[in-house]
Ligand binder design. Structure first.
Ligand SMILES: *Cc1c(COP(=O)(O)O)cnc(C)c1O
Length: 390
């Protein structure tokens, strides 16, 4: 048995989600492209798995770009986004056929330094900044503080960027409209699609792709399905002369990995204080809630022994760190005992890569498939830790 705490990837679940997304996409866009968002979880096993499933790489930094190349991605299958790309990686990506979505003026300037012949074959997009809040009141992440990426449509910066490219004979291949929202609702994608339609027609653009970004739900009951999301977009695009033949790019992260990863912990001790009863786990909240914001968890308790049930009592489940706020939640149940396991489900997104090496080295990650378990990231020894930090 694996030593707790560890993350457990359920391969069937992510395979199912990845397959479901691709078939919903290709049903409407035969050549539709899905780029797996590296930042959601950059574990090499996951990236390779997504590559094998037919996903491109979606990267937002020079490090992620180099990671994609190192893991065997052809630059032509990399989508390079993000506000701070690094000139060398940017130029390499543009010249080797990556989809490069330009975020700001300095990247426009960098384009002028790229090889002319390569530029003719490049896939350059512009990230659009627009006020999502105007279309989906209360749903955007930043409200009237505005998102901070891309060229502002309302302020005319987007128009200027388009003119900049036209003036230099650089082909504009696409628009990128990823938005962060609080709700991940269908409204968001209707708004994104309508804004794309407005821009394409207002500026007379003849594009190869529209990239609507990520931000979907996946595998969450009661939430929109991939079919519903893509249908919403398709309804707008298929009815528009300029967009009916344009390819769709999506950049899923959480929707294809979130539901497929659990975190397995064990109760190591219980203790009673004047006012509380603590069950101490060998895992920590910092591993699955690194931003310390969660208010509810999806979890299962697996008892070590099925003894006669004691009376229920309130207990606080807490973690291994020395931080007082490393408390998961309270339950009212028969007292937990050392050896009982607490398994947190659906914790696959923004956890593996966001948790710190605080007090304990990164936990191991295992993959489960058909009853077999394989370790895909081992926990560092002190010696390995010293080596990779010297
Ligand atoms: C974070 C991000 C994604 C993935 O978002 P999810 O919510 O994990 O699906 C996709 N595209 C861009 C540009 C991003 O910044």
């Amino acid at each position: 048995m694996l030593e707790t705490p560890y993350f457990l990837i359920n391969q069937n679940t992510i395979e199912h989600l990845a397959g479901e997304l691709l078939s919903a996409l290709r049903y409407r866009w035969a050549n539709g492209i899905a780029g797996y968002s590296f930042k959601t979880d950059n574990l090499p096993w996951i990236i390779k798995f997504m590559q094998g499933a037919g996903f491109w790489a979606e990267v937002v930094s020079a490090d992620e770009y180099r990671l994609a190349k190192q893991l065997g991605y052809d630059p032509a299958h990399i989508i390079f986004n993000g506000p701070v790309k690094e000139k060398g990686a940017f130029t390499d990506a543009v010249e080797h056929g990556a989809v490069v979505n330009i975020d700001s003026g300095r990247e426009l300037d960098w384009l002028c330094g790229c090889d002319k012949a390569a530029l003719d074959k490049a896939n350059i997009g512009l990230r659009v900044n627009f006020c999502l809040e105007d279309y989906c009141r209360g749903e955007s992440q930043c409200g009237t503080e505005d998102g901070r990426f891309g060229f502002s449509y309302e302020r005319g910066e987007l128009k200027e960027a388009i003119s900049f490219l036209r003036g230099r004979g650089i082909k504009l291949s696409g628009l990128h409209l990823h938005c962060s929202s609080k709700t991940r609702s269908l409204n968001i994608y209707r708004a994104i699609s309508n804004v794309a339609k407005k821009i394409v027609n207002e500026y007379g653009l003849d594009l190869q792709y529209i990239d609507v970004g990520g931000g979907f739900f996946g595998g969450v009951e009661g939430k929109p399905s991939f079919d519903e999301y893509f249908n919403e977009i398709y309804r707008v695009f298929s009815a528009d002369g300029r967009l009916a033949k344009v390819n769709l790019i999506v950049e899923p992260g959480i929707s294809v990995v979130g539901a497929g990863i659990s975190y397995v912990t064990e109760v190591v001790d219980v203790k009673q204080t004047k006012n509380n009863y603590f069950a101490v786990l060998d895992g920590s909240r910092i591993h699955i809630d690194p931003l310390m914001k969660k208010s509810s968890y999806s979890y299962r308790i697996v008892k070590k022994d099925q003894t006669a049930e004691d009376a229920e009592r309130e207990q606080t489940l807490c973690g291994f760190t020395c931080m007082e706020n490393d408390r998961f939640f309270k339950i009212t149940a028969p007292p937990l005992q050392a050896g009982d396991r607490v398994v947190f489900d659906k914790v696959g997104a923004y956890t593996l890569c966001l948790s710190p090496q605080f007090i304990s080295f990164y936990p191991a990650v295992a993959v489960e498939r058909g009853g077999k378990t394989e370790i895909v990231r081992h926990k560092n020894t002190a010696e390995e830790f010293i080596k990779s930090n010297s």
